[in-house]
Design a binder for this molecule. Structure first.
Ligand code: ADP
Ligand code: MG
Length: 699
């Protein structure tokens, strides 16, 4: 057994290493920069870079890279070696302060949604000193933000950092109102729980759909799925356990606090939950986690599938974004606390979240939208596409009592008065019962459960942070002017509950009746990505993000464009893969089987001329014939649909709509015919590993 504390963070240029290796004044200057978010002084950067390089070389690194998160949703890196030539044909290992702080890269191949004119292809990466540098595969990785020449964000990190700052500032204003003077900073904390599938490499290699699109585009339901619920929290198989141990070690080395690993609902599905950290670091670490899951799986002859819906008919994979606010004095602002005073502050923060989620439910929906996630949301397994908040019975009863001025506790007839009464304990376990809610209060944090397993966590947190900041801003503005603070607070909370209670729903989110009720309540319901993407350019949303400097209007319009294109591209790849598989693998297999049956029928008739001897084969051949014809027709229809969606004169939104309305139905029809054939065609002729083969491939 390795020494875990020794191993943990051993590849990270963390606080301890900095304290050891940097001169005291450099260390302090760097910390001040981190805390104030100011630019790093070049002379300080030079000293830090030199210490970083020495440390990295001692750890075996030969290269460095600015590690950034472009709009592709994954991370990008371009490696430079430390090598620098010197006289006599020799080299020196060098890394300058300038190279640490800023990188210039040709950004023309990253999606920019029109932000970067082609004549100005340069993009800049700038060190985010709030996230530690680390060594991965012999390369010193420096977490950076990625911007255009004009300073517009081309990445997912920049807006996240902006939103954290905005929220911190507004939260501090509110804390001051409660007489809290010792807190100097409030940060968003995030703990993302990551779901994934592991399947055997040999199965994966035989499925073009998995290789091209990360999900199965064909596949009849297996005879055993997840009906018995025997996988959830079940005993972990040796091979999976070995993978998890290996993954833990790799992540620990990088300072990622992975804590729990267990089996999930579907066969071959698992989950990793880290200990929470600040939103920015959690976002970086989640990217590293996804990358390492794939890499470590390969070492074990496994493939890690991060797609939201790799297999139809069994649960898909999501990511639960646990979110809270923490002061630099260590207080969790969503922890109810013990005194009436703490309770009042807690209720105000909860109200800020309620108002934020209600007012910007459309932006929350759009922040987690992707073609992959469309298969989960609303598909009776994951949260519906409608955003609502689960507060639990206790907290709901408390808010109702405040709203109506009625007794909270039936026995004692206590009427909850904010700032006067102590809240009853809100037991953590009762708050966590509802697993169907998209946004649930779980005792001392909110859990946003709509995220897809493959997505970066940055964007949903950008929306959450900014929307909550706006609510806190509005609250602080009212309360700062109040003559009687407690009376104003009471009024404010009551007002927020009255205005925004439509977003609170403690029932079953999977229920059809809820979708109807949600509509009656006026909540948004955008079933698909193409439906919700226009929210990016809704005037009220542009106004919010512009007001707080989190996104400019141009940045939002570019993101809208990028996501529309991404949606169309994903479906384009999937549909073309389907056409190719159906034409080259599935149709030939069906025809071959038909031929085998026809041959048998002829042979039997010749052998037994006076007996009706081939009824089984004839019936089967008939069915195969019908389905083969249908497959062929569906193939033609999908080709036509694709041609329509590829029409060059469409706008990006028109194209996305066309994929949704024309291409997806054609894909569904083709799959139906192919899956029908899979059930009938002999196993030895079927060219693809079945669902059963894949889902139970890891022993
Ligand atoms: P479980 O769901 O297994 O009971 P928890 O509810 O404690 O476990 O935590 C689930 C996830 O929420 C973990 O990733 C954890 O780190 C994270 N989490 C716990 N507290 C906070 C917090 N204050 N802010 C953000 N995330 C948190
Ligand atoms: Mg959870």
């Amino acid at each position: 057994m390795k020494d875990i504390p020794e191993l943990f963070g051993s590849m990270v240029f963390n606080d301890q290493v900095m304290q050891e290796r940097l001169p005291a004044d450099t260390y302090q200057a760097l910390m001040r920069t981190v805390e104030n978010g100011r630019r790093l002084d070049p002379s300080v950067a030079a000293v830090v870079a030199s210490a970083m390089k020495d440390w990295a070389i001692e750890k075996g690194a030969t290269h460095f890279t600015h590690w950034f998160q472009p709009m592709t949703g994954i991370t990008a890196e371009k490696h430079d070696s430390f090598l620098s030539p010197v006289a006599g044909g020799k080299v020196m290992m060098e890394f300058s302060g300038k190279e640490l702080i800023m990188g210039e890269s040709d950004a023309s191949s990253f999606p920019s949604g029109g932000l970067r004119a082609t004549f100005e292809a340069r993009g800049y990466t700038a060190w985010d000193a709030t996230s530690y540098a680390f060594i991965k595969d012999g390369t010193l990785c420096i977490p950076t933000a990625f911007c255009s020449y004009g300073g517009e964000a081309l990445d997912k990190k920049t807006p996240l950092l902006r939103s954290m700052e905005v929220l911190g500032k507004q939260a501090l204003r509110v804390l001051r109102l409660f007489g809290n003077e010792d807190v100097t900073m409030v940060r968003t904390t995030v703990g993302p729980e990551q779901e994934y599938f592991l399947i055997d490499r040999a199965m994966y290699d035989r499925r073009k759909d998995l290789i091209n699109s990360g999900r199965t585009l064909f596949g009849a339901k297996p005879s055993k799925g997840q009906e018995l619920d025997d996988h959830y929290y079940g005993a972990i198989k040796d091979r999976v356990a070995a993978f998890m141990r290996d993954l833990d070690e790799e992540l620990w080395k990088l300072g990622v606090l992975c804590k729990t690993e267990h089996n999930e609902g579907a066969p071959s599905q698992h989950e990793m939950a880290p200990f929470f950290s600040t939103a920015n670091i959690a976002a970086d670490h989640n990217q590293l986690t996804m990358e390492l899951m794939k890499k470590v799986a390969a070492r074990h002859n496994l493939v890690c599938l991060l797609h939201e819906k790799p297999f139809a008919g069994v649960s898909g994979s999501g990511k639960h974004n646990n979110w809270s606010l923490q002061t630099d004095t260590g207080t969790n602002l969503l922890e109810p606390g013990d005194t009436p005073h703490e309770n009042a502050q807690f209720l105000l923060f909860v109200c800020a979240v309620i108002q934020a989620v209600d007012e910007y439910q459309d932006m929350l929906r759009v922040s987690i939208a992707s073609a992959g996630n469309d298969h989960r949301l609303g598909a009776a397994e994951a949260p519906p596409a409608v955003v609502s908040i689960f507060l639990g019975d206790e907290l709901t009863a408390i808010l109702e009592s405040i709203e109506n001025g009625t007794a909270y506790d039936a026995k004692e007839k206590v009427q909850m008065k904010v700032g006067v009464h102590t809240l009853p304990r809100i037991p953590k376990d009762t708050t966590d019962r509802n697993r169907t809610s998209p946004f649930a209060f779980t005792g001392n944090k909110f859990e946003f459960r709509m995220l897809g397993s493959s997505q970066a966590v940055s964007e949903p947190n950008v929306v959450l942070n900014t929307a909550v900041a706006a609510a806190l801003d509005a609250f602080a503005t009212v309360l700062e002017q109040a003559e009687d603070f407690h009376a104003a607070l009471d009024d404010l909370i009551r007002d927020v509950i009255r205005t925004h209670k439509r977003i609170i729903f403690n029932g079953n989110g999977y229920d059809e009746a809820w979708i109807r009720e949600a509509q009656a309540r006026g909540l948004c319901n955008y079933p698909t990505t193409a439906d919700c993407l226009p929210c990016y350019v809704a005037p009220k949303n542009i106004a919010l993000f512009e007001k707080y400097g989190v996104y400019s209007e141009a940045e939002m319009r570019s993101r809208y464009e990028i996501y529309l294109q991404n949606y169309a591209k994903v479906l384009h790849i999937e549909a073309h893969t389907m056409v190719s598989m159906a034409q080259k693998d599935i149709l030939p297999a069906a025809l071959r089987y038909g031929r085998e049956l026809a041959d048998t029928i002829l042979a039997k008739r010749a052998a037994l001329p006076n007996v009706a001897c081939a009824a089984t084969e004839e019936a089967l051949l008939n069915k195969i014939n019908v389905l083969t014809d249908s497959l062929d027709r569906c193939l033609d229809a999908l080709r036509k649909a694709l041609a329509a969606a590829e029409c060059p004169t469409m706008t990006a939104q028109e194209r996305a709509d066309c994929y949704r309305d024309v291409v997806i139905p054609a894909m569904t029809a083709l799959r139906e015919a192919a899956d029908g054939l899979e059930v009938l065609v002999a196993k030895d002729l079927w060219p693809l590993p079945s669902y059963g083969d894949m889902l139970f491939s890891v022993r």
